[in-house]
Design a protein around this ligand. Structure first.
Ligand code: UDP
Ligand code: MG
Length: 319
């Protein structure tokens, strides 16, 4: 029987969370009395996650596992889960129980009202450092201001997507992915459901500052030309400063004033312009590097193995 609901869980070294997550998912999904599956995407974990998931998929036929050959990153793992999900509604949820499975019925209720994208909005966050909370808040607001797509504030990837939306997303194979932006871009009937984001059940965050910055850069470059336009603005500002400075210096010269002479002035203006130009080249580089990655056309991810749905002819196929 085809599942009505697919729960997609990207997993990167979450061994201590998986058993509790599975228990709570089952507790929430079974009473709905509709077929469901959970697709765990093992994103190159180096801990016990892989063994645990394999054993789990043998015990519980709701469980399917997509195994990557190495770590490809959270956004790619979620994508692989969506590619493989067979449900009429697909829910993406983190493995660390920060997004409580108990919210899923609220998402489903909205879906049944006819909404095609139901995103969970973090009304409160628990157990996160002020730095993470502050940078996250800043990030969402910055993205909201400078991108052309209105990505809802304070939403993560915890959301329900109708299979129509998933079908569209499956055709968007961009490499540097920012799923919440893509889910906003596609349109459809969308609505938010507020929830309290809990502290991690076990383990540490797999999103250190470096990865967060990369995600932020992907978000900006995938949805906005603002940084490129900034280069133009900076150019005009520098030209404007020069246009004012030239007559001022001429007048000062003619009146015999000694201001603005000497090496320091030259040095400062050279450094300033050099800095501005390098920043602009760097911005260009960010975009060009992304074009380069797209042009190479490599696959988004490589699977080692995938457990297929129990109802399909080959119960387990190797890739
Ligand atoms: N994750 C992943 N691949 C990665 C990093 C993270 O699949 O390279 C998963 C991780 O196991 C978790 C989810 O993505 O299920 C969110 O990661 P995390 O909780 O570490 O991020 P945070 O909530 O701290 O932003
Ligand atoms: Mg987390």
């Amino acid at each position: 029987m085809k599942p009505v609901y697919s729960i997609v869980v990207p997993v990167f070294n979450e061994a201590d969370n998986l058993s509790e997550l599975h228990r709570r998912l089952a507790e929430v999904m079974n009473p709905l009395r509709e077929a469901w599956e959970v697709v765990f995407v093992n994103d190159g974990s180096t801990d016990e996650s892989s063994n645990f998931l394999n054993a789990l998929s043998k015990k519980d036929n709701h469980v399917r596992v997509v195994e990557f050959v190495r770590n490809f990153g959270h956004q790619i793992a979620a994508t692989a889960g969506m590619d493989s999900a067979e449900g009429e509604a697909v829910v993406i949820i983190d493995a660390d129980l920060q997004d409580p499975p108990e919210v899923i019925p609220d998402l489903i209720a909205r879906w049944k009202q006819g909404y095609e994208v139901v995103y969970a909005v973090r009304s409160e966050r628990e157990g996160e450092t002020w730095l993470k909370e502050f940078t996250a808040k800043l990030f969402y607001r910055l993205i909201y201001r400078i991108t052309d797509v209105k990505i809802p504030l304070d939403t993560g990837d915890f959301r329900l997507l109708d299979q129509k939306v998933v079908a569209v997303l499956r055709n968007m194979r961009e490499r540097h992915r920012f799923l919440r932006g893509m889910a906003a871009w596609v349109g459809f009937r969308q609505i938010g459901v507020p929830y309290r984001r809990h502290a991690r059940f076990a383990g540490k965050t797999k999103y250190p500052l470096g990865k967060m910055i990369r995600l932020a850069l992907n978000a900006v470059t995938s949805f906005s030309y603002f940084p490129l336009q900034m280069a133009t603005y900076l150019g005009f500002i520098c030209a404007g400063i020069a246009a004012i400075a030239i007559p001022v210096v001429i007048v000062l010269r003619l009146t015999g004033s000694g201001a603005f002479f000497g090496q320091a002035t030259t040095l400062i203006s050279v450094l300033f312009l050099g800095g501005v130009q390098l920043i602009c080249v760097g911005i260009l580089g960010e975009y060009i590097g992304r074009i380069y990655d797209e042009v190479k056309g490599r696959p988004l991810y490589i699977k080692r193995e995938e457990t297929t749905h129990p109802s399909s002819p080959s119960a387990r196929k190797k890739r």
